[in-house]
Ligand binder design. Structure first.
Ligand code: LLP
Length: 427
């Protein structure tokens, strides 16, 4: 994150505030988000893609009303994938026409709500959904702008659970076997739909541009085939999200302007050779915008050296605030932030307080050998898919998200309380 620095004593400051003060005021564990960094990343995506393209922030990475407001102010659009995300977006004043609604199994109620609100696009994911959305729109007396999500058959080099464009998975309609062409045929016939274009998302935490390029090429080739068959040039393509970020010093992520350049060049070249008017491009970055903007602050509770193995450092959170290590074998780094230490580095594993041995936050990391209960440690790059995937396992109380800006800290999602938990328990 851009405004995180260390002061002369080695204590971490974020947006000008010392972490020890943050811990005292907001407690631990907690996520601290750098608002200036979030806004700067929004701007760098906007600038990279220019006015010829739209940037939809993927709300699944992390969404709150403050985020919606920042996105609105920075000129981004928003991708939502559930009724809950849609409700958050609308309640924070995001204009419906700047919202895209995703999902492989949207309920009738969710579709109705989205159509009624007038969302800018619904991304259709199956043959049944094409008909379902058309019927709902017609019943409501509307024509709903839609995209069709296709799977282009790219194997993205990422964890199997987060790659989405290879054939054997649940999302989208395959280009292979003429499935996507058939979906387009059906959508074009239905009165309740206005087919704007084609959508493809190939996966997440991707560093290699090649997959995006293949996807862009195949999507444009489909536009050409649609023009040949129906005589219509669809005006839009959405190439999804997925740009990777640095979790550790070994990751070397690409910048927004690099993906913007790669995509627009491929699209221009393919359109040229097919004699197509260039479609408007949109993208849906989630992680690349919010991931690096936040860190999780934990307090060390116990330090347990295992002879000849490593030292287990237990913190006051765990898999309930960061499931990614357990679920995807994700790599994180960690640092002592409440003081400096000149002690030798010791091989450590940062674990949580849950009743499960897979409750690991950072698998392998070096922390100073004098680490002790009470120390504060921070895990960077937890802005994406940590709070949004947080759980109440073991009746853990989900941590707050605190936005830090210009030397001021403000809670944007408050810490859960035992009363919150018990309020749901009505038996
Ligand atoms: N667009 C669509 C249609 C998506 O399905 C996703 C992510 C995105 C955009 C945003 O992708 P991003 O730019 O954030 O990579 N929970 C996993 C990631 C799942 C991503 C699901 N879809 C994780 O923690 O790594």
């Amino acid at each position: 994150s851009r405004t995180v620095t260390r002061d002369a004593q080695g204590a971490l400051t974020v947006g000008g505030i010392e972490v020890a003060r943050l811990a005292e005021e907001f407690g631990t564990p907690a996520y601290f988000m750098d608002e200036a960094d979030f806004r700067a990343r929004c701007r760098s995506w906007r600038e990279a893609f220019g006015t010829e393209a739209d940037v939809f922030y993927a709300g699944k990475a992390f969404l709150s009303r403050a985020i919606v407001k920042w996105l609105y102010e920075e000129g981004l659009n928003l991708d939502v994938c559930s009724g809950g995300e849609l409700a958050t977006a609308l309640s924070a004043g995001m204009p419906a026409e700047r919202i895209a609604f995703h999902g492989n199994n949207k309920s009738e109620a969710e579709i109705e709500r989205a159509v009624e609100a007038g969302v800018g696009r619904i991304v259709l994911d199956s043959f049944q959904e094409i008909v379902r959305v058309a019927h709902i729109a017609q019943r409501l007396g509307k024509v709903q702008p839609v995209l069709i999500r296709v799977t282009v058959g790219v194997e993205a080099h990422t964890h199997e659970f987060i790659a989405t464009a290879h054939e054997d998975q649940k999302f989208g309609i395959a280009l292979a076997g003429g499935q996507a062409a058939e979906a387009v045929r059906r959508a074009l016939k239905l009165d309740g739909l206005e087919l704007l274009g084609i959508h493809s998302h190939i996966g997440s935490q991707i560093f290699d541009m090649a997959g995006f390029e293949v996807s862009a090429r195949r999507v444009v080739q489909l536009l050409a085939a649609i023009r040949d068959e129906h005589g219509v040039e669809l005006p839009e393509i959405d190439l999804g999200g997925g740009l990777g970020i640095a979790y550790t010093s070994e990751d070397d992520p690409r910048e927004p302007h690099e993906i913007a350049k790669a995509l627009s060049e491929i699209v221009a070249r393919e359109c040229d050779s097919a004699g197509l008017r260039a479609p408007r491009i949109s993208v849906e970055p989630g992680r690349a915008i919010v991931g690096p903007t936040a860190f999780t602050l934990y307090r060390v509770g116990t330090v347990k050296p295992l002879e000849g193995l490593r030292t287990y450092v237990s913190v006051d959170g765990g898999m309930s605030d960061n499931i990614r290590t357990a679920l995807y074998d994700a790599e994180y780094s960690v640092a002592l932030v409440s003081r400096t230490s000149t002690a030798e580095p010791m091989l450590s594993r940062v674990v949580g307080k849950h009743c499960e041995s897979g409750d690991i936050v950072v698998k392998d990391a070096f922390l100073p050998a004098d680490l002790a209960p009470g120390d504060l440690i921070a895990v960077p790059a937890t802005g994406a898919y940590c709070r949004s995937m947080a759980s109440n396992y073991n009746h853990a109380l989900r941590p707050p998200v605190v936005a830090v800006h210009d030397g001021e800290a403000r809670v944007i999602i408050r810490r859960e309380t035992e009363e919150d938990l018990l309020a749901l328990d009505v038996g």
